[in-house]
Ligand binder design. Structure first.
Ligand SMILES: [Zn+2]
Length: 114
């Protein structure tokens, strides 16, 4: 299914950058997230990863999109609690291409992870 068919097209914000998302999550949940801490929050992330795995095996495209949203939201939550700037981390690691071979189209051998 083309990405343009996703439910996200109807949202108020057409595009939500990773920095926007992290700020948005912080604004909505930081007090609760900080009180729960990294360990408890990590458990929630793992639960959502499990739900994503189930959704990937199913046929419900809307549910699948929601599970992707949940996983990235919980990842942003943990980043807030752990004081990691996701935008800076992504720019530093992937902003100039593959971290393994430094190419914009990865040329790492297939035996390597990327
Ligand atoms: Zn590479």
């Amino acid at each position: 299914m083309p990405i343009t068919d996703s439910a996200a097209d109807d949202s108020a914000a057409d595009e939500l950058s990773i920095a926007d998302l992290q700020r948005h999550i912080r604004h909505m949940y930081f007090e609760k997230d900080a009180a729960r801490g990294v360990d408890g929050t990590f458990m929630w992330l793992m639960e959502e990863v499990g739900e994503l795995a189930s959704a990937l095996r199913g046929n419900d495209q809307q549910n699948l999109a929601e599970e992707f949203a949940d996983v990235i939201a919980w990842l942003a939550t943990i980043a807030n609690v752990a004081e990691v700037d996701l935008n800076a981390a992504l720019q530093a690691k992937y902003g100039r291409g593959c971290p393994g071979c430094s190419r914009l189209v990865c040329e790492c051998p297939n035996s390597e992870k990327p």
